[in-house]
Design a protein around this ligand. Structure first.
Ligand SMILES: [Zn+2]
Ligand SMILES: [Zn+2]
Length: 365
């Protein structure tokens, strides 16, 4: 297990157990108490992601443009999967880079749009059968901002021909991989061998690198709904786990053909789950073009002007967000017996250190 995977594994196993400690809250009314277990907050933990998702969505809501959104998917050929296992960070970075550069190049071409796009890229994890995740999904606002500050709309109702995107995407990815190899970036040692490298390149070029179009997303609301479904998704949510015994884990899988229950040996389940662990600090969602963090505020304001779209009212959005959070917190703090009193933290329960030592001992086994 890589250290990134081991860290995630320990966090998930310890989440809301004595290992992380807890605190006691007491109602200021009837003196009723409740223990509150501490959570791991790891982004791969199925228990910890809901809160994070709500906060993230509230922020995105302010950045969406009220235009139709296009949905493109960039995939890597199977022949590259082994390499992902060996150096995920490099491959994922190159994948993001190639997808972003391809879309940017097509948008800049006056034949298609002649301007700058606003788009988000999402690395897909959470394949239903927990197989290796590879595709990058692009959500692209249907329009571009020209250098003169004009809003450009897609001609003939589509963004770019997907067939034309594929070879450009492949070319950009392989060029970047070759450059990474030459610059001595931490790539697998075997790629240094010229013969191996040539053979692998042949294999990669022999396959189609599919870029395909998904059903366009109507407007900002659908985009948010989509993002909400995928962004903070963990490899497998708790609801999909059906059962387990001493040797196997059963979980529900959606896909073709229909819904079914898959049962796999426990070790394999853990291995598949951990395939979805991202390199530490790696960002799964990237905002590009007009949405790139450095110039987002000014660029988005220009785009709104160009498309004659009103500014999102920061006061209203902030207040709604605030209100919802306050209500949520107030509800959680209220005593369920008298509906009057409030819970306040009264005592800390320290992490069970003897358990911790035990768990490290098992980790090493
Ligand atoms: Zn957790
Ligand atoms: Zn009470």
């Amino acid at each position: 297990m890589s250290s990134a995977k081991a860290k995630v594994w320990r966090a998930i196993v310890a989440c809301r157990t004595a290992l992380l400690g807890a605190h006691v809250e007491t109602g200021d009314c009837c003196g009723v108490t409740r223990p509150v277990d501490h959570s791991c907050r790891n982004r791969h933990c199925p228990q910890c992601q809901t809160r994070a998702k709500e906060q993230w969505l509230a922020k995105r809501r302010q950045e969406l443009l009220p235009v139709p959104y296009f949905h493109r998917v960039f995939t890597l050929p199977h022949a590259l999967h082994a390499l992902i296992g060996q150096c995920p960070r490099v491959i994922y970075e190159l994948l993001f880079g190639a997808a972003s550069a391809t879309l940017t190049e097509f948008a800049a071409n006056p034949r298609w749009l002649g301007g700058k796009l606003a788009f988000s890229l999402i690395l897909h994890t959470g394949k239903q059968d927990l197989g290796r995740p590879v595709p990058v999904h692009a959500l692209v606002a249907g329009g571009a901002l020209s250098p003169e500050g004009e809003g450009k709309s897609p001609k003939r109702g589509f963004l770019f021909p997907v067939r034309a995107l594929s070879p450009v995407f492949r070319g950009k990815f392989l060029a970047a991989l070759s450059e990474a190899r030459g610059s001595g970036r931490p790539l697998v040692a075997e790629l240094a061998d010229e013969k191996v490298w040539r053979a692998l390149r042949q294999q990669w070029l022999a396959h189609d690198w599919v870029v395909y179009a998904k059903q366009p997303l109507g407007g900002p609301e659908q985009v948010l709904e989509y993002l909400g479904r995928y962004t903070h998704r963990v490899a497998i949510s708790n609801e999909r786990l059906v059962g387990m015994d001493e040797t196997t884990v059963c979980f529900r899988v959606r896909g073709t053909p229909g819904k079914r229950v898959l049962s796999v040996p426990a070790e394999e389940f853990i291995e598949r789950f951990l395939l979805h662990v991202l390199p530490s600090g790696f960002q799964r969602i990237r905002h590009c073009g007009l949405l790139a963090p450095a110039a987002k505020t000014t660029k988005l304001a220009l785009a709104r002007q160009a498309w004659s779209v009103p500014e999102a009212d920061p006061v209203i959005t902030a207040t709604v967000e605030d209100f919802l959070q306050r209500v949520g917190r107030a509800e959680w703090a209220r005593c369920p017996h008298c509906h009057e009193g409030r819970f306040v933290p009264t005592a800390a329960i320290p992490p069970a250190s003897h358990l911790k030592r035990d768990s490290h001992a098992t980790d090493r086994v």
